[in-house]
Design a protein. Sequence first.
Length: 201
Amino acid sequence: MEKRQQLNLFYKLHTELLILILQEEQEFINQLLNPKTQNQAFQQLISDYQRPLYNHIRTIVLNHDDTDDVLQNTFIKIFQHLKSFKGDSKLFSWMYRIATNEALTFLKQKSKISGISSEILQNKTIDNLEADVFFDGNEIQLKLQKAIALLPEKQQLVFKMKYFQELKYEAISEILGTSVGALKASYHIAVKKIEAFVSSN
């Protein structure tokens, strides 16, 4: 088989696979919106996304108990706003956007209640990670968290999604509503800042 034929076959199979995935997602969304199948479909959604959403929220709020609270609020928001899901983004991206907003809102509220800045709150949380039984990182991981805490909020989000969760730029773009080019630039700058901090501390 010629190389061009092989490429054509690959693109054809890839396109068919994408169509199948989109069809399956649309069918699942229909089940979520149908009152007769909604509860069962939503339980399936929780089962499929509880762990990845937990991991995503945990990278933002750091503390395990806080993560559980935000995760619960996230699923409540997802259920409440299912009817407003327009399908102009992937269900995965839409839910991650809700989880991100819930996590950031939680941190702002916690900072306000504590009467300290977001930066001080984040540093205190990092200092308490060693006592967190759900944190399995070492000294290097703690140093990395301290370096991340020095970044602006947007750079933190981009770095965490790319480095810890290994999300593609296209997925991060859908979640944060930022162009792929801008995300790549943010990640590059964040990496340089983190490397500088780690090497000097």
